[in-house]
Design a protein around this ligand. Sequence first.
Ligand SMILES: C[S@@+](CC[C@H](N)C(=O)[O-])C[C@H]1O[C@@H](n2cnc3c(N)ncnc32)[C@H](O)[C@@H]1O
Length: 218
Amino acid sequence: MTRRADTAAATATWDRHAARYRGQEHLEITAVDAALRVADPRPDERLVDLGTGSGLVLRRLATRLPDGPREAVGVDRSAGMLARVGALPSGWSTLTADARAVPLPDGWADVVTCSYVLHLLDAQARAAVLAEARRLLAPRAASRLVVVTVWSGRALVRVTLALLARALPLGCGCLRPLDPAADVGRAGFLLTQRAHLPRNGYPSLVLAARRDVGDLIA
Ligand SMILES: C[S@@+](CC[C@H](N)C(=O)[O-])C[C@H]1O[C@@H](n2cnc3c(N)ncnc32)[C@H](O)[C@@H]1O
């Protein structure tokens, strides 16, 4: 398949899964809430959520209002998933777009989140999404990226997850474990926090990072 056909097929798959997706969100909430505590977007900040799907990050973030960001944009290429996001606070929106090429200006965001997406992508797509996250973040020391992936600190759990994902791609394909720390570093970020969430949901890893200081405005 060509890359474009590949992308269209993946998007169609998410469109088809959209109706059922919210039914499993309770398995993501512990890690998403941990990620949002780490990201901690303030009322004067802007947030972009890449691969927002049915909007769990935005909806959990909305429970923090009035302390949430003034603007938040959830980006996903699946219109079917975005149709499940529901009502958002004023100033927040969704955008049907590829996370590798988001139609927002350079440096638009103070915080970029990417929850349960990177472990689904091949290395090239991960690099492209992380490069876009970096482009979207304002070149300031306070700008931050927070990602969540399926992962466990225990090798046996990782092997089991990988076997399940391979054996049952339709039901468990999303459980393929990935520690994206190396990808995040290669994309020009410095890791600042790492947390494992082994209980109450999918075994998950939350990574926080800042833009590498090399490109900061003095
Ligand atoms: C497992 S869901 C995660 C949804 C949500 N972030 C969450 O935590 O519940 C993965 C989402 O990533 C989206 N996605 C995957 N690759 C993408 C890309 N290149 N651009 C935009 N969205 C993408 C899919 O359409 C899907 O909605």
